[in-house]
Design a protein around this ligand. Structure first.
Ligand code: ADP
Length: 638
């Protein structure tokens, strides 16, 4: 039979498929890489947008304060303290976080001196009071700015040095709200225009904010709103009170800021003033820095842009937000509040890399399944082709096997019918020939039926303690006429006192008959068969009985050795030599041996001969005793 893989077309097909798979793999890798690059860009943009959203969320939280505490244009000339008290009460009534404001102060300048009023929240009215000490720095800032409007700065507190006067912020507009991030406090200036004789009178509204409420209520809510994914927070988020990470205000995870080694944020954004996306680095305090603790340092690059806008970001002084809180100090002294975020996978790169590897694994998994399926299809179709060929050979072989005895029977019957047989002796010879051929036919049919039953699992075996010597003798007797007519010498060597085996007598006998028949068919000119039975130990050191059928015939090619136990297989040499057969004898013999817990093995040298050995496990002694006893009691009882 022609081997399918010898066909050049198969090789071309295989090579083509392999090449297609390799090209597909390369394309898959590239597209996965591109996808992960795009994912990385998108995640960066989304992170920037979320930071921006949080910043806007905070502004929205503070905007009502500015709205309710900012006197309308008409009110500016009036005593505005009552209106401020009303505005604050209104804000408190409607705010989700009324405790956010800890103090409202009104500081009037101009004229003979300045006056500081503090809102008594219980009585809803302003009462005079001293400057709270934490606001000393803020007061200096406000005085400096006010001087630009009045040209008449308030003298410093008695006995103290004059406050240093940094220049007024470049972006300062009288209408804007400013924040002192160190307090923290929101401030706003109203200027009552002066006349030719009186200078303008500025007054300041100062609203101090509770850092506690910001950390425990406002920031957690904002972070939940803007950084939540399907499985909780996608990012670890922290708000730092300065760009050196030394003043932690809020963190979404406990202990986050105490473990800088694992907290290297992916990006950050200042919360007040012109927005600027920052690239984060982990570093110790800057040389000359005040803090002792290292922290994530916010390195603001060139002014960032709101990532989701797609357009260049606003430059200082050019604000597009309807409400934006300016920082009161301008320059390196300012401590900017920043919100920083780190992906929960450790970093954005780590998250993207995890996605990349997962996608790659899925894609290559699909390719692998595809390759395996293709391989399976190729192997299966090759097998199907082979099986088809085997079946064709089988039909041809069986037809031949049927035709030969039938021809003999028909010829003998014809001679008898034609009256050519005259003597009783002749008649008996013809009868014997017909009987012989009929036996061959029935054997063949029996073999085919038995193979079919074995294959379908319908063959029933009656296993019982069996004497191997008796089985050997029975199989030799059943093949006697064939052996004799072929002029073959049989060398029988059965060891005495062989242990019993657990076997079906008839089936084991058929197994040996098949091996003996083959030895006769393929035994060549030596005309010798050896049948031996002896006890031995298996590789697993278990006791077994071995029955060997040996010949000195044509032998089996090593390429055919692994095929001969396949149903319908016949070696090309025997087919070419027109030796009859159907390819079922050995598969059937092997399956019978296996059904009895044993196996069939072959050794062969082409041109020298073959040796087939049935290995059968020995029946263990107590079980053998019981069974023999049971069998004999049944026999004696019947
Ligand atoms: P069959 O003998 O009907 O062809 P088998 O299944 O009994 O079918 O044997 C399968 C093949 O194994 C044979 O066609 C032959 O090629 C090879 N074979 C079996 N027994 C022997 C043997 N004793 N010597 C040489 N070849 C053998």
């Amino acid at each position: 039979m022609k081997h399918p893989f010898k066909n050049v077309r198969w090789y071309v097909l295989l090579l083509g498929l392999a090449a297609a798979l390799i090209i597909l793999a390369v394309l898959q890798y590239r597209s996965t890489r591109q996808l992960s690059d795009a994912t990385s860009d998108q995640m960066r943009a989304t992170l920037g947008a979320s930071l921006m959203d949080l910043r806007r969320g905070l502004e929205n939280e503070l905007a009502p304060i500015s709205r309710d505490l900012q006197p309308s244009r008409e009110d500016r000339r009036q005593d505005d303290s009552q209106q401020l008290a009303r505005g604050f009460a209104e804000w408190q009534r409607t705010s989700a976080h009324p405790a956010l404001v800890t103090n409202v102060l009104l500081w009037r300048l101009g004229g003979e001196g300045s006056e500081l009023l503090r809102l008594d929240m219980a009585r809803d009215e302003f009462v005079p009071g001293p400057w709270p000490s934490p606001l000393a720095g803020l007061r200096a800032e406000l005085e400096s700015i006010s001087a630009n409007f009045t040209g008449n700065p308030t003298p410093p507190p008695s006995g103290g040095e004059p406050f240093p006067r940094p220049p007024r912020p470049a972006h300062f507009r009288p209408s804007s709200w400013l924040i002192d991030q160190q307090v923290p406090a929101l401030v706003h200036m109203n200027v009552e225009a002066g006349s030719t004789s009186t200078p303008p009178k500025p007054s300041w509204v100062i609203v101090t904010l509770s850092q506690d409420v910001l950390a425990k209520q406002v920031f957690p809510e904002l972070v939940q709103r803007y950084f939540s994914g399907s499985n909780g927070l996608d990012y670890r988020v922290a708000v730092l009170g300065d760009t050196e990470g030394q003043l932690p205000i809020y963190s979404s995870e406990a202990g986050l800021l105490g473990n800088e080694a694992s907290f290297v944020p992916d990006a950050g954004l200042n919360l007040f003033g012109p927005p600027s996306i920052a690239v984060m680095q982990l570093a110790g305090p800057k040389p000359g820095g005040s803090g002792a603790r290292p922290g994530p340092v916010v390195e603001f690059g060139p002014l960032g842009q709101p990532p989701h806008s797609g357009s260049p970001g606003p430059s200082p002084g050019e604000h597009r937000d309807p409400f934006m809180i300016e920082t009161i100090r301008d320059g390196p002294d300012e401590r900017d509040w920043v919100v920083v975020a780190q992906h929960r996978k450790g970093s954005l790169e780590a998250a993207v890399s995890a996605i990349f590897h997962r996608n790659l694994a899925i894609n290559f998994g699909v390719l692998l399944v595809l390759s395996l399926t293709t391989l399976l299809i190729i192997v299966t179709s090759a097998r199907a082709r082979r099986l088809g060929q085997l079946q064709v050979d089988f039909v041809a072989g069986v037809s031949h096997e049927l035709r030969t005895p039938l021809t003999g029977i028909v010829a003998a019957a014809q001679n008898i019918h034609d009256g050519l047989v005259e003597s009783k002796d002749q008649l008996m010879r013809y009868g014997g020939a017909i009987l012989n051929q009929a036996h061959q036919l029935s054997d063949l049919i029996e073999q085919i039926l038995m193979f079919s039953a074995v294959e379908k699992g319908r063959q029933r075996y009656h296993l019982q303690p069996t004497d191997v010597a008796q089985v050997v003798d029975a199989s030799l007797k059943n093949t006697e006429s064939m052996i004799r007519s072929a002029g073959i010498t049989v060398e029988r060597a059965v060891a005495p006192d062989l242990p019993l085996v657990n076997a079906d007598f008839q089936a084991l006998s058929r197994c040996l008959e098949n091996l003996i028949t083959n030895a006769v068919k393929y035994g060549g000119d030596e005309r010798w068969i050896g049948v031996r039975a002896f006890a031995a130990s298996s590789i697993q050191q278990e006791k077994e009985v071995r029955i060997t059928v040996e010949d000195r015939g044509i032998g089996i090619d090593s390429r055919d050795l692994k095929e001969i136990f396949e149903p319908f297989y016949r070696s090309p040499a025997v087919t070419a030599a027109q030796i009859h057969g159907n390819g079922l004898g050995l598969p059937l013999a092997a399956r019978i041996a296996e059904a009895m817990g044993g196996r069939l093995r072959v050794q062969s040298v082409p041109g020298k001969g073959s040796s087939f050995t049935v290995h059968l496990p020995v029946l263990d002694a107590p079980a053998a005793g019981q069974r023999v006893e049971a069998a004999s009691s049944v026999n004696s009882g019947s």
